[in-house]
Design a binder for this molecule. Structure first.
Ligand code: GLA
Length: 793
């Protein structure tokens, strides 16, 4: 080391002095833009929120930090600020923070406190929604999969184990951000208790338990609220919490706050989720919502002093394994959470952004709109050709033995794929393989040859097997997609959940069922380290399930969209980052690749394709492709040439629905029993050739709503699946903002036939028209038929 003389010492003291002054100046300058770090208050006052005692309209932008690379957090926050927002609203996803029981991770991209501090630095208040359940099109609605290791767990209920785990998690959240509430000088103005519980059940005791846990975890002085739908918020509304409503673009705002106004005339009003767009599912059309409707709705709320959170203002990406799935049925969500939001998945301003910014400029109390940050660089990457492959069947992990088939969770596996292998009995004729139930996408092989697939999206459960020799090797490779994030079906086990059997006829004609046993089970996780450590060999022409690896060089980095159009189904990893799932069926064909995860020089890409590619090439595009469905047409509920024949059937009820936005009930003259229900629409209030239904329920003998989980659509004469996702199953998808619509120019009458799954006694039907102002194309004349046997076609 060099000795330090006095002169250098003097210089260094001076330097330190100047640096200190400079830092102080910088601090002061940025403090100017900051949300006050002094202790403050945020409360519900008379018809308005009060910030430090003054009326305050919350203009919140919803965005989720785990859906944005941390290097881009500040960019996205500044983009929200440039829309005139004063607050950000975020969920805390329990399962990304506690991926393994008792191992909490709040570092890097999971650094919740850092995100909230960054919001404060950028002059934004924060609303925190720590679940425990969040929905959000996120794996299992944010709940950790390992809860399912306790097979009889009652999720989102007063189950002591569930609540104990909730407490441990919320306490960790409290440790991270409890000091950032407004009363302690932080930016957090409100904290949410649970999430839309009204669409799950009625259980004030459970909601009270969650409220208490949240309070005890460090949120005892901050305003707590519950968010729900206007149609069901009273079910679980607690007296000491603020009640807010969720609804989408185009909704009739008066209607949405009507009941709240009656019950709590002095409450401030807030739309805690105003849906700017919607999410996409594999195999469905890309969802969009009009910019004008969104801007008009927000303007109307601002004019009336109603607070809001725009869900999503920036959706981002459900990286790796984190996209969820919707139910009833199984509708896995795509990787992109673009949401048709004003700030797109890559953080760019869309047309919606500019329209919204223009409108919001009028509500800035005379202040200037903050500047729009510049766009991040976008690059193209020329075709990357793959030279190495690690075939899946040659890279299997050590097998476990199991007499009975069991779910993935029972083998202590959370995500990825699972291979079940057994030897067959001799079956000389063709037979049926029943797989009950494959969650979520199964490929069946006999002696290594692919026989067929079973896709849970289409409720498939079986396939035909060729004649079998005794001891043929039967492989069932099951890939898990996201766990269901909505409704009771969130208890979503993966792999094969029940049994596998072969059904066949013996020579003398009797039917035999063999329940297959003695399985070898291979747990194929989806960790990058597993992908990387497989044994790679030079790629020949063979396109097999497996990991494909390549490197590519970059002179400059930037955001890009990796085109996977020629690949089958699986996940992509770049430089170790899990970029997300792809599936050839679309509508998403490219995966957003943030430039901050790329490097100058050599980069590595691994594509794990469980189906096998057509061509092993990936290029980086400047624009995303998230709206290209590679299916002839999305699924409808009418077979070619099929037409319902109601001749000789007599309706149990004939009548007219009223015009208008809210729920209507049709009481039957007497209880009617049956399994198949046909609702026939004869005309609409719009006098046009369209009929629409948002939701439909049936009441049982006690006047209680029947569970819609076993329901399927047996028939629908006309469904709009080209211009939108308006198939008939939307009438029981639990989402009041989505709906069934007959297709353009299809003439009345329209019929939907529901199969209720089993014989039921029905006393009434409840119907909800579309939620937009004027309830577009609501049904006028109707007839209802109920039968125990299927209808005739
Ligand atoms: C509800 C949920 C959100 C999200 C939206 C749909 O409002 O609260 O988490 O799932 O639906 O995007």
């Amino acid at each position: 080391m060099q000795p330090i003389n006095d002169n250098t010492k003097m210089k260094s003291v001076k330097k330190r002095f100047i640096t200190t002054i400079l830092s102080l100046c910088l601090l002061l300058m940025s403090a100017h833009n900051m949300v006050a770090q002094e202790k403050g208050t945020f409360t519900a006052g008379n018809k308005t929120f009060l910030l430090n005692g003054e009326p305050f309209i919350v203009k919140a932008a919803e965005l989720h930090y785990p859906r944005i690379p941390s290097a881009y957090w500040e960019h996205r926050l500044k983009m929200c600020k440039a829309l005139g927002m004063n607050t950000v609203c975020l969920y805390v996803f329990w399962n990304i923070h506690e991926q393994k029981e008792d191992e909490f991770d709040f570092t890097g991209n999971n650094d919740l406190a850092a995100f909230i501090e960054l919001a404060q630095k950028n002059g934004l208040y924060v609303i925190v929604r720590p679940g425990p359940y969040v929905c959000a099109e996120w794996e299992m609605g944010g709940l950790p999969w390992w809860l399912l290791k306790k097979k009889d767990i009652r999720l989102r209920e007063n189950d002591p184990y569930f609540l104990e785990r909730v407490r441990l998690f919320e306490q960790e959240v409290g440790k991270q951000i409890g000091h950032l509430t407004i009363d302690k000088g932080g930016p957090i103005i409100m904290v949410q208790v649970e999430n839309e519980y009204g669409s799950y059940g009625e259980d004030k005791e459970y909601i009270s338990a969650v409220r208490d846990i949240v309070r005890e975890s460090g949120f005892d002085k901050v305003t707590l609220f519950q968010c729900d739908w206007s149609s069901n918020f009273t079910l679980n509304a607690l007296d000491d919490l603020v009640w807010t409503m969720n609804f989408g673009t185009g909704a009739n705002i008066d209607n949405q706050f009507k009941l709240l106004g009656e019950l709590r005339p002095n409450s401030p009003q807030m739309c805690s989720e105003f849906w700017s767009g919607w999410f996409d599912k594999w195999g469905g059309n890309h969802e969009t919502r009009g910019s004008k409707e969104m801007v008009d709705g927000l303007r109307e709320m601002l004019d009336r002093g109603i607070s809001f959170s725009l869900y999503m203002t920036h959706g981002g990406t459900s990286w790796g394994r984190w996209a969820g799935a919707n139910s009833p049925g199984f509708a896995p969500d795509v990787t992109s959470y673009d949401y048709d939001a004003p700030i797109n998945e890559a953080g760019q301003a869309t047309e919606k952004f500019w329209e919204l910014r223009k409108m919001m400029a009028n509500y800035m109390d005379g202040k200037k709109m903050p500047k729009v940050p510049s766009e991040l660089p976008i690059i193209e990457i020329p075709a990357i050709r793959f030279t190495e492959v690690a075939p899946l069947f040659e890279n299997l992990p050590t097998a476990k033995q199991s007499v009975d088939i069991k779910s993935m969770e029972e083998f202590d596996q959370g995500w990825g794929s699972i291979l079940y292998r057994t030897l067959t009995p001799e079956v000389t004729t063709k037979s049926v393989l029943n797989v009950l139930n494959a969650h979520d996408y199964a490929q069946v092989f006999v002696n290594g040859t692919l026989i067929g697939t079973i896709d849970r999206r289409n409720n498939e459960k079986s396939l035909l097997l060729p004649p079998l020799k005794k001891g043929d090797q039967l492989d069932i490779l099951v890939e898990a997609m996201g766990r269901i994030n909505f409704g009771r079906a969130i208890k979503d086990f993966k792999g094969i959940t029940d049994k596998v059997e072969i059904l066949y006829h013996t020579e003398n004609g009797s039917e035999l069922t063999v329940n297959l046993k003695d399985w070898k089970v291979f747990n194929i996780d989806d960790e990058y380290s597993t992908m990387k450590n497989r044994h790679y060999e030079t790629l020949t022409d063979q396109k097999v399930p497996g990991c494909y690896r390549a490197t590519f060089n970059l002179k400059k980095v930037g955001d890009t969209f990796l085109n996977l159009e020629t690949w089958g189904k699986g996940q992509v990893y770049v430089n170790g980052y899990p970029i997300g799932r792809f599936w050839q069926i679309g509508p998403q064909q490219t995966l957003y690749m943030p430039g901050c995860w790329l490097k100058k020089g050599e980069n590595e890409i691994i594509v794990f394709d469980i189906v096998g590619p057509q061509e092993t090439v990936v290029e980086g595009l400047k624009k995303p492709i998230i709206d290209k469905l590679a299916l002839a047409t999305p699924k409808t509920h009418r077979k070619e040439g099929e037409s319902l024949n109601l001749q000789g059937e007599s309706p149990v009820k004939v009548g007219q629905f009223a015009q208008g936005n809210s729920w209507q009930q049709v009481d039957f003259d007497s209880p009617t029993t049956g399994r198949y229900l046909c609702l026939e629409a004869g005309s609409s209030h719009s006098n046009r050739e369209y009929a629409c239904i948002a939701e439909l329920y049936l009441l049982d003998a006690k006047g209680v709503r029947l569970s819609r989980e076993p329901w399927t659509v047996a028939y629908c004469d006309s469904e709009e699946v080209v211009a939108g996702n308006r198939a008939a199953d939307k009438i029981f998808d639990l989402q009041e903002s989505t709906y069934w619509s007959s297709a353009k120019k299809a003439p009345f009458p329209h019929q939907i036939v529901l199969d209720l799954g089993s014989e039921q006694t029905i006393t009434a039907l409840q119907y909800l028209p579309r939620m937009e102002d004027g309830a577009p194309h609501s049904i006028k004349d109707f007839k209802i038929y109920i039968k125990s046997t299927p209808f005739n076609f």
